[in-house]
Design a protein. Structure first.
Lengths: 338, 518
């Protein structure tokens, strides 16, 4: 679809349209290629099979959360509570799994299933709270999710007493957490259907059309007969549930319920989405773009690790990259206005 | 006070001669002459879009002239800026207020020229100045109140107070009584007459004939950017003023649509919406166009919006195709077959950074035939969009083009395309032809004709007199929230509509307060 848009545009005004397309999307692939080249030159293990699978394993959690974040961003919102939702999911689902395991030590499958359902329930609850704040109470999404982030994190610490929850079922840790199937990390395989569902929802379903309409101009969405609150509710619930799913997978990866898990996700998921073309003003962003944004951020982290750049420096680099992406976003908006 | 200015009565402060202003090839103003003289109240009269605001922008230095000459105190001033205009004693109160809402009245009053003491703002002096300035207008506000706690009328009075605190000379008032109550207006009139006695020059823009008569010494009338009249008010009749204002032309531009009303499709029963609409009743039949006219702010837009649930209905109800509705919302009204097209296209009708296609199909997605299990049936919708783009002659005919990149006329066509994306019983158009060119306008009228032929009912809310007189089969005129008259086709004449819109009968008599059409 974006292909024929490009060709029909090229026929009319090749020059300006090409620039517009690069501004819209194209800068990111170019930056990605440059990154690959630089990191590969810096350390030839970068593109090795082991490292690529390693990056997949590292990046899958952010991929899920950034997809959730994208849904909310397209609708013109924000979700700063994704990190706290990860931590809350980790603690509550771990407690549930440990409780089931304690009662029935042999029923690992049941414990994992209950842990999974608990995680989704936590996501549903968190999403509803966010949605009520944004859609019903009409408070700015930034403030609502900043506040709920604090609330969820506080709840997590109260429930966990600040202590990790260990004693998770072994198959949960060794199969879902670090297992491979046909060489591919199981967590990534489990994430793929979810990512595909998000793709369908955003680009092929009515829900997606409504998200773009609301994010682009909420007033006109009302006039077109869209019940905006209902769609916002769906968006925030989806974001939180996907985040909770990611938190559950991450719990398996770190092999215990962690009360301080996921603190980097609010910044990283927004950074990935914005770098991938989501507008902070809403109404813009694509699944492919966000996918590339996450790949970029994951590669950046992994590549800098291989180059032995310390994590403190990585934070600085990420901040600079994010500002760069936002400036790019503004040029994109200015380009669209002309 | 400033003793250096020659304060002789009759001295011209600012004048325009043969002034023209172009936007592209469009002449917003052409060969206009205007002199603002001390001791004179100069009325500027004209329909919406006649060029009144452009005149004000030239006098206050906001815009430069493209042709002609501007004289300030007798000297040419082609490059005058707003600051220079203010320093030269030209003070303007425009419709968009320039107050800072988060500051108090006194902070606003002295804004930009705060009295200082040791480099700090001298609060007691600024308070004293504010109080005495307010008192001059007979106002007793607490100057410590924040501006955003004031009513619109109070803000208006503060704005006027501030304009009078500048260098004495000329005062420009753009529809100053629009937001004022009767008593407040009376006080303002006293102030204006007092200022005239103090040799101020006043430019007064208003639609209200009563004010024009009461205050004005001379009047300049604009139509389509040109001067269509200049009179001393003592020597001119109301009929002359109105005919100068509306002119006559473009008669055969409008299609003749046969009037064959069918079943009633929409009934509005004693609908009240806040203070904007008072007990309005009308019936719209299938196959007819009913016009709704009146001045800006008379409540016609609010009435249209309340039918669609965008303004609250405080009393009364509507009956749509036999079903009574007291609490409409856009989603339910669309489902029941009524669509409203808002006047603010960019702000309320369009998602500007989305494509033409997405904008057009947005509303039909609610129906089940274009969506299967939540999935959009892209192929079917693409056909629909293609058909509409061809029918409406949208240019460019590219469904993937972003709507924000289209011209005003084509944006309007996209909005219309959404309305036509499926059949409906009732179409409510709110100022549908503002800001679009003649060709797009003609296309729009042809679509109205087609809708009528298909048996839809159309409610056409418009401030465009020509449109109101020529398009509808009958029309209601509103004045201050009330329906004052229903005009049949043979009574739909500009002079009659204008008279009622001003709250008068065509014979020039004042209508009784709140007269209702039953």
């Amino acid at each position: 679809m974006s292909e024929d848009r490009a060709t029909s545009g090229l026929a009319k005004s090749a020059g300006s349209n090409l620039v517009a397309r690069i501004m819209r999307f194209g800068a990111l692939p170019i930056v990605l290629v440059i990154c690959v080249v630089v990191f590969q030159l810096g350390n030839d293990r970068f593109l090795s099979q082991i490292n690529v699978l390693n990056m997949t394993q590292q990046g899958v959690f952010l991929m899920l959360i950034a997809f959730g974040q994208m849904i909310v961003l397209i609708a013109g919102g924000f979700d700063l509570s994704v990190g706290a939702v990860v931590a809350m999911t980790s603690i509550i689902s771990a407690k549930a799994m440990v409780a089931v395991t304690g009662a029935m030590p042999d029923a690992a499958g049941l414990a994992i299933t209950i842990g999974f359902i608990t995680a989704l329930a936590v996501g549903l609850g968190a999403g509803l709270v966010n949605a009520i704040g944004v859609a019903v109470l009409k408070v700015n999404a930034f403030i609502v999710t900043l506040a709920t982030a604090s609330i969820f994190q506080g709840l997590t610490l109260v429930i966990s007493q600040g202590i990790q929850v260990s004693g998770l079922p072994r198959p949960f840790i060794y199969e879902i957490g670090s297992g491979r199937f046909l060489g591919i990390p199981v967590a990534a395989l489990l994430a793929i259907p979810v990512l595909f569902l998000v793709y369908l929802a955003v680009h092929h379903m009515r829900f997606g059309r409504y998200l773009y309409a609301i994010g682009s101009n909420a007033k006109s969405a009302v006039v077109a007969g869209i019940v905006v609150n209902r769609q916002l509710l769906k968006a925030y619930v989806m974001c939180s549930m996907i985040t909770a799913f990611s938190g559950w997978l991450l719990t398996a990866r770190v092999s215990s319920g962690e009360p301080l898990l996921g603190g980097e996700f609010p910044l990283n998921s927004i950074a990935a989405a914005v770098i991938g073309g989501c507008s902070l003003r809403g109404g813009e962003g694509t699944v492919l773009g966000v996918f590339m944004g996450v790949v970029f951020i994951t590669m950046l982290g992994n590549g800098m690790d291989l180059l032995r750049i310390g994590s403190n420096y990585q934070m600085i680099v990420l901040g600079i990259v994010l500002v760069g992406a936002v400036v790019l976003d503004r040029y994109r908006a200015a380009g669209a206005a002309n | 006070m400033s003793p250096d200015i020659n304060q002789k009565e009759g001295e011209t402060i600012v004048s325009l001669s043969n002034a023209s202003k172009f936007y592209g090839s469009f002449a917003a103003l052409k060969d206009v002459n205007l002199n603002l003289k001390r001791g004179e109240v100069h009325i500027l009269l004209g329909e919406n879009g006649a060029g009144k605001s452009t005149v004000v922008s030239l006098i206050t230095g906001v815009n430069r002239l493209d042709e002609g000459e501007r004289l300030l105190h007798g000297r040419p001033a082609p490059y005058m800026t707003p600051i220079e205009a203010r320093r030269a004693g030209i003070n303007a109160v425009l419709q968009d207020f320039s107050l800072a809402p988060a500051l108090t009245m006194e902070e606003n009053y002295v804004l930009g020229r705060e009295p200082l003491k040791l480099g700090l703002v001298d609060r007691s002096t600024s308070r004293a100045e504010t109080v005495s300035a307010l008192k001059k207008l007979g106002l007793e506000f607490d100057p410590g109140r924040r501006v955003d706690t004031l009513s619109r009328a109070e803000q208006q009075m503060l704005e006027i107070t501030r304009a009078l605190g500048g260098r004495p000379g000329a005062l420009i008032l753009d529809e100053p009584t629009a937001a004022l109550s009767h008593d407040e207006s009376e006080r303002l009139f006293e102030v204006i007459l007092q200022l005239r006695a103090e040799n101020w020059a006043i430019l007064y823009i208003s639609h209200r004939m009563e004010e024009v008569r009461r205050l004005g010494d001379v009047v300049t009338i604009l139509r389509d950017g040109r001067m269509s009249g200049h009179h001393r008010l003592a020597d001119v009749s109301n009929e002359q003023l109105i005919s100068d204002m509306v002119g006559r032309e473009m008669g055969d531009f409008y299609p003749h649509i046969p009037h064959q009303p069918g079943e009633p499709v929409l009934e509005v029963a004693k609908l009240t919406s806040g203070s904007a609409v008072q007990r309005a009743s009308l019936t719209l039949h299938a196959g007819e166009i009913v016009g709704l006219g009146g001045l800006v702010g008379c409540g016609k837009t609010e009435l249209a919006r309340s039918l669609f649930g965008l303004c609250d209905i405080t009393e009364g109800h509507i009956v749509l195709h036999g079903r009574t509705i007291t609490d409409p919302s856009p989603a339910t009204m669309l489902k029941k077959g009524l669509i409203y097209l808002p006047q603010d296209r960019r702000g309320e009708a369009l998602a500007l950074n989305r494509s033409i296609s997405e904008n057009i199909v947005l509303e039909v997605l609610a129906g089940s035939d274009n969506v299967k299990a939540g999935f959009v049936r892209t192929g079917k919708l693409a056909q629909l969009v293609d058909g509409l783009l061809a029918r409406l002659n949208v240019s460019p005919r590219d469904p993937n083009k972003k709507v924000g990149e289209l011209s005003g006329g084509n944006q309007q066509k996209v909005v219309l395309g959404r309305a036509l994306s499926r059949e409906r019983k009732v179409y409510v158009f709110d100022e549908p032809t503002t800001g679009i060119d003649v060709g797009a306008r003609r296309d729009f009228y042809r679509e109205l004709e087609a809708l009528c032929a298909d048996g839809a009912g159309v409610l056409l809310v418009t401030s465009d007199l020509q449109e109101l007189v020529h398009m509808p089969h009958r029309a209601f005129v509103m004045h201050e929230g009330h329906f004052v008259v229903e005009l049949a086709k043979d009574q739909l004449q500009e002079e009659i509509v204008v008279a009622y819109a001003f709250g008068e009968t065509p014979e020039g008599e004042q209508l009784p307060e709140g007269e209702l059409v039953q």
